[in-house]
Design a protein around this ligand. Sequence first.
Ligand code: NAD
Length: 416
Amino acid sequence: MLKLADLIDAHAARLARLESLAMGQPLSLATAVVGQTASYFRYYAGFADKIPGQVFPDDHGAEDGGGGVYKIVQCSPLGVCAGIASWNFSFLYVGWKIAPAIAAGNTFVFKASEKSPLGILALGELIVQAGFPPGVVNFVSGGAITGHLLASHMKIAKVAFTGSVATGRKVQVAAAKSNLKKVSLELGGKSAALVFDDADLDTALTANSQAFLLNSGQVCAALSRVLVQESIASAFIDGLKARFQALSNTLGDPLDAQTFLGPVAERAQFERVMSFLDEGKKTNLDFAVGGDRSSRHERGFFVEPTLVVDPPVTSRLYTEEIFGPVLVVKTFRTEEEAIALANDTAYGLAAAVYTTNISRALHVSKRLEAGAVGVNMVFQPTPQLPFGGVKQSGYGREAGEEGIREYLETKSITIR
Ligand code: NAD
């Protein structure tokens, strides 16, 4: 695993280019993501020989003849595991799924999205070079049918899925109808960032513009709803407008190393994003910035960074995951109202709190229904921290110690 991590780093430029060619991720971002993949292999390589079981002392006394029962809990791998991934950060999902699974002693079959298969297939060569025995790590290509075959396979013990809620449901059903394999689901979100009037404005503005627009908003944990306290709303919204306008100038060729914002991944995704924008225009929502495809690009699926102010809480733009560069902003008066608005969604992947009051940061974080919260920052997945959602953002955790537990079964043994 350590050798593989070194090989991934050594080939990062080529792997990132292949990813960028397939789904338009800016090269600079794709390179950073490939580097993160290597870090997950390093982290879990260290775990491989540190998976302890448990032993409990004999608690039977003279009343059962003095022959006490010694108790052991052993951890064992599950067997063959599978991963089905979305296209937005394919390499990250390799790190989240394959690294813990093989460190726990399982074998793995990984299916990248049919929209981003190239970089992952090139990774196959590095798996061979690193010296993994044949069959330990396998990559298969394909779309829904291949994914369904994995989810319903009778000899696969677990499937770790990353993708949309609709497909996640199908995977769970296929698992239930076949061999009742274990399932973990990393699904979508409509996560909220809460900006209180005591926040550092510059930090909040950068996070809710530049950090939000990373990968053109095609991020499962994207904080696509910003809730700002009424007393600072006007200054905050003006600041966001200026930053969104400036960032629209960074739309460009994803293969250019200087590009910050690329196109959305493909035609279907582009049409989906545009359908939200068209509906917003028909219902006269307030588009403070953007709302169209980029006029500066004749070719390619470039969508302008878009800021929508105060849409109704029932509008699709406010309630549904768009998975594009579209941010909605609403105001609140009190902390209670902010928490209620943030939690008023079927999802629960991430959240962020911007405040300089640490006790507020802690108690608001506690009440937000989300698997991950960033305080004065966008939550950043890292190898040590379990990542996953609550509510309809899915279940199960990837990364951290919890991430490896997902690939282990316990067996209890008693000895007289
Ligand atoms: P998707 O659900 O369309 O596809 C995901 C994967 O499932 C692909 O590999 C696809 O081939 C496969 N698939 C399609 N139909 C299948 C079926 N019937 N059975 C088994 N597999 C099947 O999602 P997408 O468009 O690739 O990705 C976008 C979605 O993923 C967004 O909703 C986003 O929020 C979510 N996402 C979540 C996370 C997370 O960690 N929570 C991360 C990234 C993306």
